[in-house]
Design a protein around this ligand. Structure first.
Ligand code: ADP
Ligand code: MG
Length: 255
């Protein structure tokens, strides 16, 4: 993905639901290769921003650029194939499929085989399927789930399900990965494991936007943190500066 130091730029994003401005002209510049934290009290617009960035919502006004190209207005699948992957605030796995199959489902979107190739099991399809299985296994290895590849997703402990979701998103080979509260509901050891995985993903050059309620998690892994409150950006900068910003403290205490 080409472009400047910023992989992603949201410019003046307005997202209106009836009379509610869930996002009120928010700018967001995400530096290539960074972990960018997005925090704010409940209802401040974090998930809405993620939905705008991934094309689930079309902004009422403003635009989103990814790699220098406007992506706002494209479909979610076009944006995903363009290199923006995500996980959801609530786990969205196929419970009756195995861990490996859940990753494979994501990979199928990248296939070049036609429906006919699939129906006729042509060499092209069989080659792609074999490559995909190998790649899915590699991804499970990467996120530490190799030994659970054959387990049904619904039987995995909750912490592993959240990691599997990240693995599935990695299947898209994204340049940008958006994580919506990945540590929610996790135990302390699970959180440590998650943090290690996020660091590892970043070391692979993948840019990350991280929405997270656990302050210690965001503050320890983010290069930059943006704070939303009532749909507006109230602070932005290095974790230390943001954490001690009176406006931020006020937003959390008052919220
Ligand atoms: P956060 O993720 O920061 O907790 P959200 O982005 O989920 O907050 O929500 C921001 C505000 O927008 C909330 O007031 C929420 O109720 C509202 N909102 C979000 N999505 C919709 C929608 N599809 N329709 C109406 N209101 C919505
Ligand atoms: Mg949310």
């Amino acid at each position: 993905v080409g472009g400047d130091a910023h992989l992603l730029r949201a410019k003046g994003v307005l997202m209106q639901f009836g009379g509610l401005k869930a996002l009120n002209r928010v700018d967001l510049d995400v530096v290539r290769g960074s972990v960018h934290g997005l925090i704010g009290p409940n209802g401040s617009g974090k998930s809405t921003m993620m939905n705008v960035l991934t094309g689930i919502y079309r902004p009422t006004d403003g635009a989103v650029e990814f790699g220098g190209k406007t992506i706002s207005g494209l479909t979610p699948s076009a944006i995903a194939l363009g290199g923006v992957a995500r996980t959801f605030q609530n786990v969205q796995l196929f419970g009756e499929m195995t861990a490996l199959e859940n990753v494979l489902v994501g990979l199928h979107h990248t296939f070049r085989s036609t429906v006919l190739d699939v129906m006729l099991h042509t060499p092209r399809y069989r080659r792609e399927e074999a490559q995909a299985r190998e790649r899915a296994a590699g991804i499970l290895q990467f996120v530490g789930l190799a030994s659970l590849a054959g387990e049904e997703a619904r039987n995995l402990p909750y912490g592993k399900q959240r990691v599997l979701e990240i693995g599935r998103a990695m299947g898209l080979n994204p340049a940008l990965l958006l994580l919506d509260e990945p540590a929610a509901g996790l135990t302390a050891p699970d959180i440590r494991e998650l943090v290690a995985i996020i660091r590892k993903i970043r070391e692979h050059g993948i840019t990350i936007i991280l929405i997270e309620h656990h302050m210690d998690v965001v503050m320890s892994i983010s290069d930059t943190v943006t704070v939303l409150d009532f749909g507006q950006k109230i602070a932005e900068g290095k974790p230390n500066a943001v954490q001690s910003d009176p406006k931020v403290i006020e937003a959390y205490l008052g919220g």
